[in-house]
Design a protein around this ligand. Sequence first.
Ligand code: ZN
Length: 464
Amino acid sequence: MSTLLIRNIDAVVTCDKEDSMPRGVDLLCVDGIIQRIGKDLESQLKKPASGQPAPSIDRVIDASGMIAYPGLVNAHHHLYQVFSRNLPEVQNLELFDWLVALYEVWKNLTEETERLASLTAMGELMKNGCTTVFDHHYVFPANGGDLIGAQWEAATRLGIRMHFSRGSMDRSRKDGGLPPDSVVQTVDEIMKDSVRLIEKYQDPSFGSMKRIALAPCSPFSVSEDLLRESARLARDYHVRLHTHLCETKDEENYTLEKVGLRPLAYMEKLGWVGGDVWYAHGIHFNTQELQLLAQTGTGVCHCPVSNMKLSSGIARIPEMLAMGIPVGLGVDGSASNDGSNLLEELRVAYLLHRLNSSDKAPSGYDVLKMATMGSARLLGRDQEIGSLEEGKCADLFLVSSSRLELVGALFDPKSVLGTVGLKGAVDYTIVNGEVTVENGRLAKVDEEKLTAQANAQDRIYLGR
Ligand SMILES: [Zn+2]
């Protein structure tokens, strides 16, 4: 049994249904689960009920003057892209041209590049309060090796909760798609490998550290067959479905021209709506389509930084929230974000919708809930993660209130991360009851060594 006691937390922003925020409490984690949140747990543990042995506490964290938040859940990423950031030649491009240019870099992806990029990107996420990451991986070069295995090695080493995906592309340039031939596969190859990976990485147990979704890349890089077969296989194995949808007007024009349907109508025809489906971006839905998402419980992962960077548009998030559509938050790939920081995404989301929707915009606290319970719901894990409640997983982060940057800003701890933002890493990130970030540094890996190795590998990968 492993136990962690976090003592004397100034405020616990629980993000539970009652929006409760107990003050001056302790939080006890036993074997990765929050066993109790309450006052003075330490003295109660020292004096157990008669006949009961006193539980031994493996570790105590003094959280005086700190605020605890539920761990952030990143619902859309492409970890490998951390090695193709800020490349001058793609900075003024929009999605389709940007993808065509970057596939020339990404087609050289290898296991070692994937491993180090994953360590780097997930390390940055964790230093900024993220405890669960979903990665949408869809580039599988012919000689790339075991890329999902490399991600798993990185996640295990860092201690993060990981949702993988078996992404896919089967439509290369010769079939009217965007990627080169060397990174696409046949439907049969993809289905066979999907079964292999589901059997290896889908752990449906409560509090599991690994799950997997099926995630063809986008309607314009995969065939109708691949979308239909992926939906069928996902339902057979009870795993979730994910893809990019309604990111750009170019995509809408593409499906109208090729199949005579708007993107969501096309996906609906192939079985791609329901409570087990979530889309990245969801910018260009019309009102009727938003109603379909609400009726079917189909979710949307909002990625505002990427949408701004690629001039894709602004998702109708205030309306989606008002209609009860499941909405979470993600950073998207680091090539269209140029970072891997969900806390930053939270503040950008807050400001973008203030600009676009004024008093209809979500509050700072609403965007925090989007990045916690909202994203947890997209991953099908809202009973396990996303809020700090007894019986849920011990995934959280702690922020000291004695920071110069937070002076005068802490009258509303629920909203502060959205409205003010956090400059610099969090103090602690705890995943599954384990300390993974301590005093703003990764606890399980040597950051200097990782940075040097990752920089060296990036130079080899980019050949520059
Ligand atoms: Zn993406």
